[in-house]
Design a protein around this ligand. Structure first.
Ligand code: GZL
Ligand code: ZN
Length: 328
């Protein structure tokens, strides 16, 4: 008798597992929504938050989508598990904002074998086979860096020596690699430019404040700083906080802070003169990603690489009107 009850229990349990596993199949939902699984880096910066908002704003039920969203909290492992979860759920598309360039071949191969198109957004992946993704929507980070170094070349054309502190973003991310390469190439071109420190600010205000403060405190004699090249705005906020805490002024007659992203808060600081040069990096990529998916849904082939146009700002060009009109 007991044996019968146990086997009945096991059978019921088995039946439940089968039912719930297929109901977790996203594409078998009872609607004809296009299911998009998004793996986002995290929420490390204002830029990232705007990028997330731009993505959520387009993949709505009214637009015909069901959005599955995962915040990886800046850990690549979490991105891998999110993508594998989406594959299991048989989503229609996978969108990845990769935290760094390396390590993606295996998980993207699994998505390819599952027949799920992958769209890479913002930063890039460095994979052997570029067929592992359908399209990349992002920016030219080296060009962004070049815009900054061209400004530096003009700004310091008559300077004897230029002492530069370089605050890098998340090491290994395309944004860091491109913006760093541009600065390092310009350093090689200008023998009177001195890289007095290269610090990892990880794209956050807190980390940059910490490494910048440590550098100033442990420098012994007070360092002469002409430029702080910050690879994003949140790093610039942390650098300015530390510089002012230790008696430096930022702007005309003081330290020239360069930054990337052009968030509203940064443009306010630029208008105040505390940020001397601001390179826009556009986070509003949601519509471009939706356009890629809509093209595929309509039977078309999206262009493989799509860059967004981006501009620059200085204290002379930024106005309150520009700031008020910005989306992020
Ligand atoms: C750039 C993006 C960078 C931003 C940072 O496209 O990857 O990551 O510049 C963000 O603010 O953290
Ligand atoms: Zn950009």
């Amino acid at each position: 008798m007991m044996r019968k009850i146990i086997s009945l229990l096991v059978l019921t349990l088995l039946a439940c597992c089968i039912i719930c596993s297929c109901s977790s199949d996203a594409s078998s939902g009872d609607d004809d929504l296009i299911v998009v699984g998004v793996s986002q880096v995290g929420a490390e910066s204002d830029w990232r938050i705007a990028n997330t908002e731009s993505t959520k704003a387009v993949f709505t039920e009214e637009n015909g989508y069901r959005l599955l969203f995962d915040d990886a909290k800046q850990m690549q492992e979490n991105q891998f598990s999110a993508i594998r979860k989406y594959i299991q759920q048989k989503v229609d598309y996978i969108v990845v904002m990769p935290i760094s360039e390396e390590g993606w071949d295996a998980v993207l191969q699994e998505a390819k074998e599952a027949g799920i198109p992958v769209i890479i957004v913002d930063r890039m992946v460095n994979v052997d086979d570029e067929d592992l993704f359908t399209a990349h929507v992002g920016a030219d980070f080296y060009l962004e860096g070049q815009k900054a170094t061209e400004w530096m070349t003009e700004e310091f054309a008559d300077a004897e020596e230029v002492n530069i502190i370089h605050i890098q973003g998340t090491i290994g991310s395309t944004a860091q690699l491109g913006r760093t390469q541009a600065l390092e190439d310009a350093l090689a071109e200008n023998s009177n430019w001195n890289l007095i420190a290269q610090l990892d600010g990880d794209f956050t205000q807190a980390k940059t404040y910490e490494v910048m403060s440590d550098y100033i405190i442990n420098s012994g004699t007070r360092p002469v700083i002409d430029v702080v090249y910050c690879e994003n705005d949140n790093s610039a906020f942390g650098a300015i906080e530390a510089l002012e805490k230790y008696g430096y002024t930022c702007g005309e007659g003081g330290v020239k802070v360069i930054s990337f992203d052009a968030t509203k808060q940064a443009l306010e600081l630029c208008m105040e003169g505390k940020i001397s040069f601001e390179v826009e990096c556009n986070p509003m990529l949601g519509p471009l990603v939706k356009n890629v998916i809509d093209t595929i849904e309509a039977g078309g082939v999206p262009s493989k690489y799509q860059y967004v146009d981006e501009t620059v700002f200085t204290p002379d060009t930024v106005t309150q009107e520009i700031i008020d009109s910005r989306e992020y």
